[in-house]
Ligand binder design. Sequence first.
Ligand SMILES: Cc1cc2nc3c(=O)[nH]c(=O)nc-3n(C[C@H](O)[C@H](O)[C@H](O)COP(=O)(O)OP(=O)(O)OC[C@H]3O[C@@H](n4cnc5c(N)ncnc54)[C@H](O)[C@@H]3O)c2cc1C
Length: 377
Amino acid sequence: MEFAFNEEQEELREMVREFVEKEITPFAAEMDRNNAPMPDLFKKAGDMGLLNVIVPEEYGGPGLDSVTVAMIYEELGKGCAGIATSIAANSLASYPVLLKGTEEQKKTLCDLLNNGGLAAFALTEPGAGSDAGGVATKAVKDGDHYILNGNKIFITNGGLADTYLVFANTRKSGGIRGLTAFVVPRNTPGFSVGKKEDKMGIRPSNTCELILQDVVVPESARVGREGEGFRIAMNTLDSARPFVASVSVGLAQSALDIAAKYAKERRQFGQPIASFQMVQAMIADMAMKVETARLLVYKACWLRDQGKEFAKEAAMSKCYAGDVAMQVTIDAVQVMGGYGYSKEYPVEKKMRDAKIMQIYEGTNQIQRLVIANKILY
Ligand SMILES: Cc1cc2nc3c(=O)[nH]c(=O)nc-3n(C[C@H](O)[C@H](O)[C@H](O)COP(=O)(O)OP(=O)(O)OC[C@H]3O[C@@H](n4cnc5c(N)ncnc54)[C@H](O)[C@@H]3O)c2cc1C
């Protein structure tokens, strides 16, 4: 069993680390205040090759394996979990097409991502969060095209994406058996972007409502068969969960690093607070949690790369790393006392950012259901 990255991966990690330290970390607080990314950040990320990491070589991308992708997202998560979320959403939105799309769909989407485009995965609706079967957006077949009507909410990259993977229901009666996936380019008539969310955390990540009003798409925009959308969405989420988890690991590691450095510098009672055993215990517990979360993430990715069953470990990694990110960022604030609570230091933002890791791409309650189902049935 090999626990080290190879030379090529280490070089790539160093490049991403430099990018994060130059283009993301110094602007994280400003982006948090502005509720938006720096204007040229995604252009730079695209130039660095960070927006098409899962595009296979045969479609002009780097075709990176899951372990390497997680390694990249962990580094991005250290700088800003919001930016990491937006970048990772490109992978989330691509899986449906890579899994079940036609050659034409794959080529078109991969070309877009290879050229620095952004994509969005649009499943959630006002009445359909954990329960995807509640999707009320309708897709009505009319000759050789479909007419889509409905609303999506909380869509990452919603206001910035060039193309959208939209889940709609092709059955009048609704339910998961009618769920069907469609590719909807942004400029399609009837498609518009609604309200932008004003969020607690990951504020640099764009999260918007989408409105579909008599949106006409050709039959060739359908991904997979009618009614295959639920399976496509679940397979996509399985593949993407370790990536969310890797962002959590990066986020938690960066909070730990900041807290440990602070503990060595801050003096109380005539000595560094790092010399107090209760502070040391917090630092040790944080480090253990980050390391165990990391091991779960890379195990899930490794299983996927080996072509083995990985859904249980994917859910475990997402759930555990999300809980760890929350706890470790809370403890980082605690180690830093009042300064941790102040916006002068970056850990309060990390604590706000961490909360979403337990909510999106399936809440941690839903992950626990997935894990229990895999064990019990
Ligand atoms: C910042 C952000 C970005 C997002 N990005 C995207 C995106 O890009 N694309 C997209 O499609 N969606 C996205 N989402 C939506 C996200 O995936 C959902 O918010 C999430 O799945 C939970 O759905 P909900 O908010 O409707 O909560 P609900 O489903 O209403 O859940 C509320 C509470 O009930 C619990 N609960 C629900 N059902 C059960 C159950 N069966 N057993 C036990 N507990 C249960 C939940 O765990 C939760 O605690 C995003 C959300 C946010 C906030």
